[in-house]
Design a protein around this ligand. Structure first.
Ligand code: SF4
Length: 164
């Protein structure tokens, strides 16, 4: 779980990945558009795990659903930032990234490509993730003018931006 722009968020799940987890562990995460009373988005395109610890990690730090794990897990340590590309996750998410950054400096502005990253599975998953997210914005251009995040601490939707 981490703070993004003051809002607490957790492992991101596409709508079709929600059912991988018990329903009571999943909450909305990001949405676009707006309800009539402006209290919530019209379309939820990303959900999140409502837990600091994933229920599928075993005592050996292995994933119990490895073959069908969510795309965001397959892409780690890469994260999709549509429409810009794939980036290395923040060092506070990963000791491996922390170690590399201690030698090379901050990597959060480096766009990841086949040339500068050898993990083809992770890169492919990050690109799939990016496409899914970006497609939502393209499919609903008017709704995309209003962008929301759901805060796990307050259990409230917060509007991130509104474009006129
Ligand atoms: S890789 Fe597996 S154990 Fe790790 S967060 Fe994803 S689903 Fe959970």
């Amino acid at each position: 779980m981490k703070k993004i722009g003051g809002i607490t968020q957790s492992l991101g799940l596409h709508p079709n990945e929600r059912t991988l987890f018990p329903a009571n562990m999943v909450l909305p995460s990001e949405g676009i558009g707006r309800s009539k009373d402006w209290s919530e988005p019209r379309i939820i395109f990303l959900y999140q795990l409502n837990s600091n610890v994933c229920p599928y990690i075993d005592d050996n730090n292995s994933c119990l659903i490895y073959k069908k794990r969510p795309t965001i897990c397959s892409s780690f340590p890469l994260l999709a930032r549509p429409p810009y590309g794939a980036f290395i996750a923040g060092a506070d998410d990963c000791n491996f990234v922390k170690e590399i950054e201690s030698k090379l400096g901050l990597l959060d502005d480096v766009i990841i490509t086949k040339k500068n990253f050898k993990g083809s599975i992770e890169l492919k998953a990050a690109q799939q993730n990016m496409k899914k997210l970006f497609d939502t914005f393209l499919r609903y251009p008017l709704d995309a003018k209003n962008y929301w995040r759901f805060d796990l601490t307050t259990k409230q939707w917060e509007i991130e931006f509104t474009k006129t």
